[in-house]
Design a protein around this ligand. Sequence first.
Ligand code: ZN
Ligand code: ZN
Ligand code: ZN
Length: 173
Amino acid sequence: MTESEPERISHPEHDHNLCIRNAISVAEQLCLSRGVQLTPIRHKILELIWNSHKAVKAYDLLDQIRPVNDAAKPSTVYRALDFLLEQGLIHRVESLNAFVGCHCSGTQHDQLLLICTACHTVEERAAPAVLSALGTELGDAGFVPQRKTIEIHGLCRSCKSVSAAASEKADKH
Ligand SMILES: [Zn+2]
Ligand SMILES: [Zn+2]
Ligand SMILES: [Zn+2]
């Protein structure tokens, strides 16, 4: 999705319903064109992941899916996650062992993930300059990467401003 604006993602005031609708319709179209099935359970898991831009763990998904599907087992959730990963609809955040929706869905791609340690929001950035520099570095090392995901932990834009405001307040006392 070239028209998505990554800057907006970390802003809590954006219209997140649009993100969800967009992600679901992209997933439906992709599965249709690839001849693979977005079964009800896969659909539901994708929806749950897209509840927010925060990374979610598999067992949290299981807790959330049980009220609507009491037959759901951990293996049901893991199989659905594997499918969504394979189709490039979600990303695994390795350092958190959690999952987040991909908003440039449809292709397997390298990415830079900015992970907020305060609110667990994950912002995905295409970061072409960074990844091409990394590619050069790997080439120089004669190293063949299978996958390139850079995960950076820190404070997102909104948590940073909250913590800046808090320390300003503390300074005044
Ligand atoms: Zn959103
Ligand atoms: Zn992505
Ligand atoms: Zn944050």
